[in-house]
Design a protein around this ligand. Structure first.
Ligand SMILES: [Fe+2]
Ligand SMILES: [Fe+2]
Length: 387
């Protein structure tokens, strides 16, 4: 496509219009947005989609989705009875062990801490920081799972094909179970809850509010669940706590199917969209990628720990997200999946450019999720996903 044609694309929006700021890396904007619970205790979003009936009941017309549906029915587990809930968890001991076995996970060295209040922290403060981070991480998993529950219920209503409605119905049950087990783990094994992270909240709201049914898939199945799968894998590898390890393994087996569901459902549709329609999807994927990256700054933990604002800015300024292995790893699933959907190179390669700037384009040739929908279902090592 030539430059002239690109200028003629009417839907083009600026970075500011897409994410609310012109500089993707504007630290002050990223850090100052802290998630708080609505005072009403509720959070309502208007869901703009029409529910669609289909009169074509022929099962198996979409063969791959039908196969996934059959597989999902056989892969159900019971969060109440299939996990060793009797195991007692000493959270501080778990945090200490994580520090001892994976000191690099703290992500800080003396040079980075110099001149900030963290340089004076004793073991007590670092331990509290570790505990708060764990409470925060599991809280975000739990809230994200509720987002997946609502989004997938919406897909049951809006997707036009019966095979996809059937499969999505199994995913609704999966997500209910995920909310249930993360919530129970937090309540009975951890030491506190956090509200939904502000950036993740913006994304979940946008996904639910969008009137185009495929955007639910793109936002949830491809972006949020793609990142979640990598994040669960990361924590699974890190933790030695047997209950959480098993819980994550079961959840990951489900999530591998969910991401495959997204790719299989959108693949054909996206091969028929025009450049400007693809550009809208690219912008949405870009917005989601930025929000997911911004949420990893764990703003709510700094706030709760009472670290002075200047110190937070200094510390975060010394972290380079493009060099942070954990943040980069989180894109290991979504970039190959977006490539498979044709979203990297459509509309003059707009998204390829954006991901190159974000330092995550190198992941494009890793396996996509249609190749590993069975991951974790057979006891295969987690390193297969996250290495
Ligand atoms: Fe889930
Ligand atoms: Fe899921």
């Amino acid at each position: 496509m030539t430059t002239t044609e690109r200028e003629e694309t009417p839907e083009m929006r600026s970075t500011e219009q897409i994410i609310g700021r012109s500089d993707v890396n504007d630290l002050e904007a990223i850090l100052s947005f802290i998630g708080k619970q609505d005072e009403s205790g509720k959070h309502n979003v208007v869901d703009n989609c029409e529910a669609e009936f289909t009169w074509d009941y022929e099962k198996g017309r979409l063969q791959k989705l039908d196969k996934l549906y059959e597989k999902a029915k056989g892969a159900q587990w019971n969060g109440n009875t299939d996990l060793p809930w009797h195991i007692e968890v000493d959270q501080e001991a778990v945090v200490m062990e994580n520090f001892a076995t994976h000191p690099e996970q703290m992500g800080w060295n003396d040079d980075m801490l110099e001149g900030t209040s963290l340089a004076k922290w004793s073991e007590k403060e670092w331990l509290q920081f570790g505990v708060e981070n764990q409470n925060w991480t599991l809280s975000q998993f739990m809230h994200g799972e509720q987002g997946a529950l609502l989004c997938t219920a919406k897909i049951v209503e809006t997707v036009p094909w019966i095979d996809a409605k059937y499969y999505a119905a199994t995913q609704v049950v999966d997500e209910a179970r995920h909310v249930e087990v993360f919530s129970r783990y937090l309540d009975t094994k951890m030491s506190g809850h956090y509200p939904l992270n502000g950036h993740l909240g913006l994304l979940l709201d946008d996904i639910i509010a969008d009137s185009r049914w495929d955007m639910t898939y793109l936002g949830m199945q491809i972006m949020v669940e793609g990142l979640a799968l990598a994040a669960f894998g990361f924590m699974h590898q890190l933790t030695q706590e047997p209950l959480l390890k098993q819980l994550l393994r079961y959840v990951m087996a489900d999530e591998a199917r969910h991401v495959a569901f997204g790719v299989l459902s959108l693949q054909e549709l996206y091969s028929e969209l025009s450049a400007s329609e693809m550009r809208e999807r690219q912008e949405f994927a870009f917005e989601a990628a930025v929000r997911m990256r911004d949420r990893l700054r764990s703003q709510e933990v700094w706030d709760r720990m009472g670290v002075p604002w200047n110190d937070v800015m200094t510390l975060m300024g010394r972290q380079d997200p493009n060099q942070d292995d954990f943040q980069i790893l989180l894109f290991s699933k979504i970039v190959p999946n977006l490539r498979k959907l044709g979203l990297l190179d459509a509309a003059d390669g707009w998204l390829r450019e954006k991901f190159t700037e974000m330092g995550v384009i190198a992941f494009e040739h890793l396996s996509d999720s249609t190749e590993d929908e069975d991951a974790f279902a057979d006891g295969s090592p987690v390193s297969r996903q996250v290495a």
